[in-house]
Design a protein around this ligand. Structure first.
Ligand code: ATP
Length: 466
């Protein structure tokens, strides 16, 4: 059985906590809305996802470069990008219980599209026309305040030692700006030939009005972005290829095709030539996982105008000068993490008992194999099992030791973590049955089947699967 939609999220949140994947941020102080911590198993899965993304977007491509830009930027950068003036969501407050809602999302839920370009008055006209259909999620009332546009940038007082209200330095509202600001440095130092790509995984912060759906809408999150710099007007074919490339990547990490779809934006911002979202079927329905945007020359033109620095690219062959156009892919790592867990979540009915198993692709699993002695109170079994564990760990870092409870309990636990293989050292390993000396049982997570394998073959077997 796969994840039901009704209480699917509760099951995921509970499993993530129980098995050390994701904890609510600052939980001992009552938490902080929209902030989560990745626990020991979560950080391994997250790193495996980042590695798979980096492999596909830097190493497997020609002319693609990695970057890790500083988070803080000169405040002028956020003016140039349009974030200080335009990066806002319309917010209204329930007059009965003070719960805040995002008006555009509430309208979207009843099938009404609010355009990003709308003024506050235009949004309110649309809101007024549909107020009767919008109920407060907390108290059910239909009595909301007027919608107000609320800027999402998070301010800091970096470098302000006077507290006299000098211009705030913002935390990044989106990670990709770092790539635009370093575009000239990359061109000057790497001499890339167009088309070239720059990939970065970086943190972003947004004062989201109502953080919700666990890792889906947070106030602090990570984005994995690729910006592809292309010749002006050579966008059509490259854009189609990019969409296909990203689609295939989601399949390559094991996400089921039927849970993915591509959706075109109905309303485009003025500079965009085209925009599509890769959507995943989350427990509450299809929603955005990644944006793929055809951004023309907007970003570099804006930064050239505001900085006064020439950001033209000079073609090394014919000396032609132009501002490259940009095709962008931007994916929330937390949203990907949630999609991967939701997609892998399975419940089997074992004669009345429910077995929860995360059928993660072995290359993503936070633990590749668990090693344990059949019985924890037999020193000779424990000693041999520890030798096997230590030898394997030298070759494959993500190996776990587990001797808690009986073997059945250990299997259940590892199933929930998504560990593809459980290795058990028993008396046959020690030579009780002569021909089985130095062999172990390897249990397969998905089929539950156990096979006998030589200890010497374990590492290459696991490596072949990951
Ligand atoms: P939404 O419409 O859901 O608010 P967006 O269109 O504003 O998202 P972008 O600005 O295009 O999102 O950001 C690119 C990606 O970053 C999104 O596809 C999403 O995966 C991720 N992302 C955006 N906002 C959040 C958030 N608050 N929490 C987690 N991930 C986010």
């Amino acid at each position: 059985m796969e994840l039901e939609t009704s209480n699917g999220m509760e099951k995921i949140v509970s499993l993530c906590k129980r098995r050390g994947f994701v904890y609510p941020g600052s939980e001992i102080y009552g938490g902080l809305a929209g902030i989560y911590d990745f626990g020991p198993r979560g950080v391994e899965l997250l790193n495996n996802l980042k590695k798979a993304w980096w492999q596909a977007n830097v190493y497997d491509k020609e002319n693609h470069y990695g970057l890790d830009a500083g988070m803080f930027k000169n405040p002028r950068a956020w003016e140039a990008s349009g974030h200080t003036s335009g990066f806002s969501d319309p917010m209204a407050e329930c007059k009965k219980c003070n719960t805040r809602i995002r008006v555009d999302k509430a309208l979207e839920a009843i099938g009404v599209t609010a355009d990003e370009k709308m003024s506050e008055d235009e949004i309110n006209a649309l809101f007024d026309a549909h107020r009767a259909q919008i109920a407060c999620a907390k108290c059910g009332a239909h009595d909301f305040s007027r919608a107000k546009k609320f800027n999402l940038l998070v301010k800091s007082n970096l470098g302000d030692f006077t507290s006299e209200g000098t211009e705030p330095v913002y935390l990044p509202g989106e990670a990709c700006q770092g790539i635009y600001l370093d575009y000239k440095n990359i061109v000057d130092t790497m001499q890339p030939k167009i088309p070239f790509g720059v990939a970065q995984i970086g943190k972003a912060f947004r004062n989201e009005i109502s953080p919700r759906n666990f890792l889906f809408r947070c106030r602090e999150f990570e984005q994995a972005d690729t910006q592809l710099f292309i010749k002006p007007h050579e966008n059509k074919e490259a854009y189609e290829a990019l969409k296909k490339d990203r689609w295939n990547w989601f399949l390559s990490i094991g996400i089921k095709e039927e849970n993915l779809r591509l959706k075109q934006h109905e309303n485009l911002v003025f500079y965009a030539k085209d925009a599509w979202d890769v959507e995943y079927k989350f427990p509450w329905g299809f929603d955005e996982l990644e944006g793929i945007h055809d951004r023309s020359d907007y970003d570099l033109t804006q930064h050239m105008k505001f900085s006064g620095v020439d950001l033209n690219y000079t073609d090394p062959e014919n000396g032609e000068k132009y501002i490259p156009w940009i095709l962008e892919t931007s994916m929330g790592m937390g949203r990907l993490f949630l999609a991967v867990i939701a997609d892998a979540y399975h419940e089997d009915d074992l004669g009345g008992e429910v077995r929860v198993v995360l059928k993660l692709h072995p290359k993503l699993a936070p633990v590749k194999a668990m090693v344990s002695p059949l019985l924890r109170n037999k020193p000779e079994l424990v000693a041999r099992a520890r030798e096997v564990y230590q030898a394997l760990k030298k070759e494959i870092p993500q190996i776990a030791w587990d001797d808690n409870g009986n073997i059945g309990k250990r299997y259940r636990r590892q199933d929930e973590i998504g560990t593809p293989y459980c290795i058990t050292i028993d008396f046959d390993t020690l030579g009780e049955t002569a021909e089985l000396l130095d062999t172990v049982t390897v249990r397969d997570r998905d089929s539950g089947e156990q096979t006998r394998m030589k200890i010497a073959e374990l590492a290459s077997f696991i490596k072949s699967k990951i």
